[in-house]
Ligand binder design. Structure first.
Ligand SMILES: N[C@H](CCC[C@H](N)C(=O)O)C(=O)O
Length: 278
């Protein structure tokens, strides 16, 4: 019998926020194995681990850490609110603090843990400029020239929000990919369908760029809350029901704050065999 044990491979964590699930690799020390091919292989729910986004923690010069996001199709994402909450919670535990700052593609963001254990992220100011979202030059992000009069909002990644009579009955799998790939969006887009269900209360379903239907999307929830306020449907503080639960959004002077639960499911290692086969 062969009793020689293989050395453990690459460590990773599995986390989720409202069922929006993540593989998290801490690459602050040691080798950095992350490539588009690794993201795709790990994101395969049958032959890999499975995730909506891969989050990679890297060192930072001027904040507590840098956070990088990948979709399960191997593309990069500039923002991910739910993974920011999950990793923020993990890092606050490591640092023994209730607040920290981290760097993403769009700059420094803040994370805070509340007394109830939920984590809030300041996702920064919404981006409403066509070139920066981005949407095709010459189109008005506040009223995109598509059926349903959607509005585009950037949160470090692009979102296209439709207000509909009943978000439950939208054919998300049919319409989502068509809008994701519409030529109006030079970098594709995340797609949200939202319904006002009460005063300052929204129901939202999401089709994510590079990942498809997910149970929640933090940045999409922020973008939807901003869009609802801009359309005069809500105030600046709203509750948003997504498939996986509820997020609280508060659009303040210093940015859009998003609050919700986090879960660290397990920590494990990728085997050298899995990594070698990529
Ligand atoms: N689930 C993430 C957003 C991922 C966005 C990604 N699909 C993109 O390509 O921008 C969130 O909680 O904000």
């Amino acid at each position: 019998m062969n009793t020689v044990r293989q050395p453990p491979g690459q460590p990773f964590m599995k986390m989720h926020g409202l069922g929006n699930d993540f593989v998290v690799i801490d690459a602050r020390t040691g080798d950095d194995p992350v490539t588009p091919a690794l993201a795709r292989a790990l994101g395969d729910r049958h032959r890999g681990v499975g995730f909506d986004q891969l989050a990679v923690i890297r060192p930072s010069q001027d904040t507590d850490y840098t956070l990088e996001f990948w979709n399960s199709d191997g593309s990069r994402a500039g923002a991910c609110g739910n993974a920011s909450r999950c990793v923020g919670d993990y890092m606050m535990r490591e640092l023994d603090r209730d607040a920290l700052r981290f760097t993403t593609e769009r700059g420094a963001l803040a994370a805070v843990r509340g007394p109830d254990g939920r984590v809030s992220i300041n996702m920064g100011a919404p981006i409403l400029d066509a070139a920066a979202i981005p949407v095709r030059a010459g189109s008005d992000p506040a009223h995109l020239p598509l059926d349903g009069d959607p509005i585009a909002v950037g949160m470090g990644n692009p979102h296209c929000i439709f207000f509909v009579a009943d978000a439950e009955s939208v054919d998300l799998a049919g319409r989502g990919p068509l809008i994701e790939h519409d030529p109006l969006f030079p970098e594709r887009t995340n797609v949200e369908f939202a319904t006002l269900t009460g005063p300052d209360h929204l129901r939202m379903r999401v089709w994510e760029r590079g990942a498809g239907i997910t149970l929640a999307c933090g940045s999409g929830t922020c973008a939807t809350a901003v869009a609802a306020h801009l359309r005069g449907l809500t105030g600046k503080r709203v509750l948003v029901d997504v498939d996986g639960g509820q997020l609280e959004i508060d659009w303040r002077d210093d940015g859009v704050w998003m609050t919700g639960p986090v879960a660290h499911v397990f920590s494990a290692h990728l085997t050298p065999e899995f990594l070698a086969a990529i």
